[in-house]
Design a protein around this ligand. Structure first.
Ligand SMILES: Cc1ncc(COP(=O)(O)O)c(C=O)c1O
Length: 401
């Protein structure tokens, strides 16, 4: 279906930070499939785990147990500080759908006698500029009215606060109808715009005071990308957590898998039959996640991302034509100056020029490029990418061979 623009390049093979197209041309991947292949392409540990699982057991359904899914859940719970439970699904949008349904169930929605009246506290407050996915509830939680217009009527029960504005959010959190606040720690698709720590701490306090869940969408920011295991760790005091955390993207290093974690007393609002997924938690995807998480821990990817991000961010900030750099760890945006934007017809034109020269990035806004290489990226690869960027912005040389 015509949901995507015609692709400029078709890739056939990858290794680490490198990609090759169908003409045999090499590229440096500084986008990672939108922050997905955090351990690089074709990581041997993940590939071997998939091959072994594929010849052992692919799928049995959630009518039965399997040995892999619970190990993924236990690892995620440990990385989130313990005391929680996990629902496994297949994407970021589904992780958010699970969170939204959990918030309604926790808020008392449901038939009388199962912990609620017909409608309890049901509303979710998210932020303008946010992105939470494309399914109907995740789309509605996404605070971008332009994405809503074509799909009316949307599910009810969603409200939007100005980003980083605690007064606006506070006005919207009416505890008689609001079950949860849903935020990213850094708005990724919205332009790589970090939350203000003072705002996030105030949101946590407000949620505690009003008895509302704080649900944090770590789909893009989680699993080391920002230089900590979770983006919220940059924002909340040590030991202070959200009540619900959603993860996906990097969890399978390219194999589709998502997860919704919740504090055990919150997760207890769900009962058998309330939610499910045919593929969620199946052994094949979970074998990829288990291997990915093991490599991530062994390599200490948060530390790697912090160090590589510092190198990349400062080198990009020195490139002529870059006005500023923002972001955390290896989730960065380079804001381009007006001359560069005029010369290339906006950030999308710069993205195309970089692809021509063998560097994969994306225009996350009309004026900024997103840089999100794999977390094991080498210093040499960072230097090579910055050289390509500098060459493209200065107009020097042509496309690299
Ligand atoms: C913060 C955030 N949440 C949710 C999603 C949706 O994830 P998916 O495309 O896997 O459904 C994305 C995707 O970009 C995202 O960045």
């Amino acid at each position: 279906m015509p949901t995507y623009a015609q692709p400029a390049v078709t890739f056939v093979r990858g290794r680490g930070t490198e990609l090759w197209d169908d003409g045999g041309r090499r590229y440096l991947d500084f986008l990672c499939g939108l922050a997905v292949t955090s351990l690089g392409h074709a990581h041997p540990v993940v590939a071997e785990a998939l091959a072994a699982q594929a010849s052992t057991l692919l799928h049995v359904s959630n009518l039965f147990g399997n040995e892999v899914g619970p190990r993924v859940a236990a690892t995620l719970d440990r990385l989130l500080g313990g005391g929680g439970q996990v629902f496994l699904c297949n994407s970021g949008a589904e992780a958010n759908e699970c969170a939204i349904k959990l918030a309604r169930r926790w808020g008392g929605s449901g038939p009388p006698g199962r912990g609620g009246g017909a409608r309890g506290r049901y509303a979710v407050v998210s932020a303008y500029g946010s992105f939470h996915g494309r399914t109907m509830a995740a789309l509605t939680a996404t605070g971008q009215p332009s994405k809503h217009e074509a799909f009316q009527p949307l599910p009810e029960g969603f409200r939007y606060a100005a980003w980083n504005d605690i007064d606006d959010l506070g006005r919207l959190v009416d505890p008689t109808v609001v079950a949860a606040v849903l935020l990213e720690p850094l708005q990724g698709e919205g332009g790589v715009i970090p939350a203000d720590p003072a705002f996030f701490r105030a949101v946590r306090r407000l949620c505690d005071e009003r008895g509302v869940l704080l649900m944090v969408d770590e789909v893009q920011t989680g699993l080391g990308r920002t230089g900590r295991w979770w983006g919220f760790e940059h924002l909340l005091d040590a030991g202070v957590r959200p009540d619900v955390v959603m993860s996906a993207k990097a969890l399978g290093n390219g194999v589709p898998i998502g997860a919704c974690w919740a504090r055990a007393d919150v997760a207890a609002a769900f009962q058998p039959g309330d939610h499910g997924s045919t593929f969620g938690g199946q052994p094949l995807a979970c074998s990829a996640a288990l291997a990915t998480l093991a490599v991530m821990e062994a390599e200490d990817v948060p530390a790697r991302a912090a160090a590589a991000g510092a190198r990349l961010g400062s080198a990009v900030a020195d490139v002529r034509g870059v006005a500023s750099v923002r972001g955390l760890g290896l989730l960065l945006a380079a804001e381009l100056d007006t001359d560069v934007l005029a010369a290339h017809g906006g950030a999308a034109g710069v993205q195309a020029a970089l692809l021509e020269r063998g560097l994969v990035v994306n225009a996350v806004t009309p004026t900024a490029l997103r840089l999100a290489p794999q977390l094991l990226v080498s210093d040499d690869e960072i230097d090579e990418a910055v050289g390509i960027l500098a060459g493209a912005l200065s107009g020097a040389g042509g496309p690299s061979a």
